[in-house]
Design a protein around this ligand. Sequence first.
Ligand code: ARG
Length: 474
Amino acid sequence: MSLNNDANKWSGRFSEPVAELVKKYTASVSFDYLLAEFDIQGSLAHAKMLAHQGIISKQDYADIQKGLQEILQDIQSGQFVWDIDLEDVHLNIEKRLTEKIGDAGKRLHTGRSRNDQVATDVRLWLRSVADGVIAKIRQLQTVLLDLAEQHSDTIMPGFTHLQVAQPVTFGHHMLAYFEMLQRDAGRFADVRKRLNYLPLGAAALAGTSYPIDREMVAKELGFDGVCENSLDAVSDRDFAIEFSAAAAVLMMHLSRFSEELILWSSPRFAFVDIADRFCTGSSIMPQKKNPDVPELVRGKTGRVFGHLIALLTLMKAQPLAYNKDNQEDKEPLFDNAQTLLATLEIYADMLRPPVVENGKVVRTGFTVKQDNMRRAVLQGFATATDLADYLVKKGMPFRDAHEVVALAVRHAEDKGLDLADLSLSELKTFSAMIEQDVYDVLKLEGSVASRAHIGGTAPAQVKAAVTRARKLLA
Ligand code: ARG
């Protein structure tokens, strides 16, 4: 009997080779080659354990180590030739190893299956992505804190229903996004914590009869422990789903932010200016400057949501344990990782303020147009609530105060004035309780400064919140 099986890579069990179409349909190496570095890391740890347990010889382990290190270098330098006939990243690397070192290469797969191998690779890869995402969230948060500090007393209209509601500070608005990102970072840290367990040892599904040491491999690979059940270890991809859920929430936040940047940078609002290098012009309308980056972030949010649904659907009808369906977990995950990392990086860069040296702008950046924000807030009777609160503090029931102010707003609107522009005698026609000190609350500065509790928009609170936030990130 010949051990050579040229017609089919699997075994003598097969009477004909895989059809060309099927080969193309089932191969994953065109995308899972991205796992190569982690596949090698996992194999090195597995081989070390096999040698330690006397399952393979020390010499085999030394050969495997040397061979895998050379393969890693070839992959990193782009010299490695991936072969679709070898289906996936695992078989490509193993075949090359055997070409290099002979029988020792064939012994690497002892006590292991591609099922626990791929589950390990994906976890190792996703762990490093989660770390990268968290680091980039931190960078973006730092930029937001710089903006918040710089604009702790820049007044802008706060909106509800996209109608001017009450004055807020721009710094306060930026800190709202800081909070969202803080929870996002927490979600990724949580995902990382739950995925950091070792599947290897589960083999195909039931475990292995070799005297393996799973704890040793877990330690070697930086896992917090081993997956407790072999069927679960090879089959579930809930960690990929969790990651994608966290990704969807993060993109949802950045999409809301993008929507605001798109509105704010339009000439109608003209609250901010995004540096030209983040925008494009129009091929037909010379006056246009389009906020492409925020628009694309808003657009890419759709595909991240889609990947979450794809992964949930992928999982929902699979019987235990491993099924080939799981090979479909990679492309959505890879795409999510790439989208998240690129989006976070470009966002932080886009929001950096201009760099000024000796009074000259040496690098353009995100600019806040304070005068336009102020003009907008003055147009919307944003201090109407402050007037009502003023009357309440003088003893008027809130509902009555609400009505008095509504009448005053209508009067001011008819005259084309802001409440603060009405004379004291005019204001008094709405309530005799109104006195000279009313102007303190009708003024924008007075309005924001009065919201002086934790979580309020007062400049002093914004500064204090920035200080607390910097400590959190330190
Ligand atoms: N390429 C496969 C995947 O991504 C590796 C595991 C294959 N296992 C199997 N029993 N066919 O899931």
